[in-house]
Design a protein around this ligand. Structure first.
Ligand code: X8Z
Ligand code: ZN
Length: 588
């Protein structure tokens, strides 16, 4: 009897679990705040010291995480209410690199992660432009690729930048080993299973879901690919073969992931009215802060609160002249308390104006949920977080640009519409296979299906299979081309961007309906619409506290991810492309 009551006393109760998660959320908030402040300083001021501090803080928070996860084990298998059950899972998948059990391994992992991220930030390449020799970091190289369509220079830049990746190969392989050990310690088969566990469905079902969505979209991509390849072949002759994959350096983007920068090479109707937003931004003399304020004004027009003044004092908007930084755009709430900022190296271009909206999407998401327990301070799934700013950016229509005083709205006609759609498709549709394949590659690496001996070859197989893109020069395993893409050294999962490209059209469709828009989807702008804003806020406020279908329903009334909104949006262009491509042999 005595023994039994002792046992009953010791058995954890729901109240114990609730108390545990209250404490865990507080401890994590404190630990992540220090970690993220160190990481923010590190990313905006790379030195050996800031590397060391960022790594030390990351190690500490991994240690706390390992301890909390162990403690939470005692509640496993208990019948808990849904909010606690959810936190059980979120705790285990919170770190994209889960903490290994062993302290030395944690320390090594934290150091490697910081080191790789800084290596990326410091990467640069010197190239010959006419008589001039120019040495540039990634933003400078990207600008050159975007605006200069000289094939030889593009190749030199492409090859030069990709050297940044090569040095990361061994370190990356070790990182994978350590992080896999962490995932296994948490009961996952490997890290890929952990990464696929955040979508309110079993990992295998999630993978199948991404396949299903890609199948809906592949025909669109193939049409676009076929048309663009034809145009590039006309311009570059045998440098871009009429069949097979397109060389990766002639698409105006370092990773051939978005092609809007070669719009002028593929414009369907010359002179039929597309707006050159970049030129207009320069002409209007908008500086980076003005560009950000215009973005903020879009959100406040929907009924969001303005940003705290510290946002403007703590953000990095331009590349500092005197130090190394990571320029890749990102958005932070370092204290999980509305201490928000963005880190960018803004240039006066349309691309960066859209990226500002993208980053502000993260910021206004943070703003709506910072009062929730930290474990719930995340997107409904990570694709939601990546899709919010982009959703608003879909409302940057010619009519809205006119309202901004940036470009006078031209005549509406079929040709102008096709031009507009082409420009949008080069960004939205071109991206889809890249958005999918990066993690296809990583999932295989994590599961051991692709080994170090095969890293680069497999990467290019996937690039060819999904994107129809090939390296401009022969590659070997001495190269490590995945490392030349930020999200590999920075360890940011990528399928989120694939989902976001699809979700943003679904959100847009739902919000346009709430705004009472009639007519085709591509003509809708929700700017200034409070009803749309209220719906969006309702979704963001949930953070990660509910399964994502519930969040999706708040804006769309739908409960499944669905590519039809994207397909419908591009219907005019697709009809046109099919006609253009008649008789051509498409595919790669
Ligand atoms: O990394 C980003 C954002 C920061 S979360 C700028 N994006 C992906 C990329 O640049 O590769 C946005 C689109 C895809
Ligand atoms: Zn983002």
């Amino acid at each position: 009897m005595l023994l039994l009551s002792l046992f009953l006393l010791a058995a954890p109760t729901e109240a114990d679990a609730r108390a545990f998660f209250e404490r865990a959320n507080k401890e994590l908030k404190a630990s992540w705040t220090v970690r993220d402040k160190a990481a923010y300083v590190n990313a905006t001021y790379i030195t050996d010291d800031s590397d060391a501090l960022a790594a030390a803080m990351s190690e500490r928070s991994m240690e706390l995480m390992a301890k909390l996860i162990k403690e939470s084990e005692k509640f496993r298998g208990m019948k808990l209410p849904p909010d606690l059950e959810r936190q059980m899972l979120l705790l285990r998948i919170a770190d994209t690199f889960p903490p290994p059990d062993d302290a030395a391994a944690r320390s090594e992992l934290a150091q490697l992660a910081t080191e790789l991220s800084s290596m990326y930030g410091k990467g640069e390449h010197c190239f010959q432009k006419g008589k001039e020799k120019k040495c540039e970091k990634l933003d400078g190289l990207g600008k050159e690729l975007a605006t200069n369509h000289d094939e030889a220079i593009a190749k030199d830049i492409w090859v030069g930048w990709h050297k940044t990746g090569a040095q990361m190969r061994d370190k990356y392989a070790r990182e994978v080993e350590l992080a896999n050990a962490g995932a296994r310690a948490l009961g996952f088969k490997d890290l890929s299973e952990l990464w696929k566990s955040g979508y309110d469905m079993p990992p295998a079902a999630f993978e199948a879901e991404t396949d299903r969505l890609w199948t809906q979209l592949k025909p669109l991509y193939e049409q676009l690919h076929c048309y663009v390849r034809g145009k590039l072949h006309e311009k570059y002759k045998d440098k871009v073969p009429a069949d097979g994959p397109i060389p990766a350096h002639v698409l105006g983007n370092m990773w051939a992931q978005e092609w809007a920068n070669i719009y002028d090479l593929v414009e369907p109707y010359k002179g039929a009215g597309t707006v050159d937003v970049s030129k207009a931004i320069v002409k209007a003399k908008w500086d980076p802060v003005t560009m950000v304020k215009k973005g903020e004004a879009f959100f406040t027009s929907l009924g969001f609160d303005p940003l705290p003044p510290t946002f403007y004092t703590r953000s990095q908007f331009t590349r500092p002249k005197d130090r190394e930084v990571v320029c890749h755009a990102s958005a932070w709430d370092v204290a999980y308390d509305n201490d928000v900022r963005i880190k960018m190296c803004i240039q006066p271009t349309e691309e960066d104006f859209i990226t500002i909206h993208h980053e502000l999407g993260h910021i206004f998401y943070y703003q709506r949920y910072f009062k929730l327990p930290v474990l719930f301070q995340a997107g409904a799934n990570d694709g939601f977080h990546e899709g919010i700013g982009d959703t608003l950016a879909l409302s940057i229509t010619p009519a809205y640009l006119d309202k901004l005083g940036l470009v006078k709205k031209g005549a509406e006609n079929d040709k102008a519409l096709i031009n507009e759609q082409m420009k949008a498709a080069l960004e939205k549709i071109a991206f889809l296979p890249f958005g999918l394949l990066l993690d296809r590659w990583r999932w295989e690496v994590f599961s051991g299906r692709t080994t170090k001996a095969n890293y680069n070859a497999r990467f290019w197989e996937l690039r060819k299979q999904y994107q129809g893109v090939a390296p401009p020069v022969a590659r070997t395993e001495a190269d490590f081309d995945p490392g030349a893409k930020y999200h590999i050294p920075a360890n940011v999962p990528y399928t989120r961007y694939f989902l976001a490209r699809i979700l943003q059209f679904q959100f847009h469709r739902g919000l346009c309906k709430a705004a009472g828009h009639t007519g085709p989807l591509h003509t809708c702008s929700i700017y200034g619409n409070a009803a749309a804003g209220a719906k969006l806020k309702a979704m963001l406020e949930l953070g990660a506290s509910q399964p994502w279908p519930k969040a999706l329903a708040a804006v769309t009334g739908e409960s499944a991810m669905d590519a039809t909104a994207l397909v419908d949006y591009f219907e005019p262009l697709m009809g046109w492309l099919k006609k253009e491509n008649t008789g051509k042999s498409c595919g790669y």
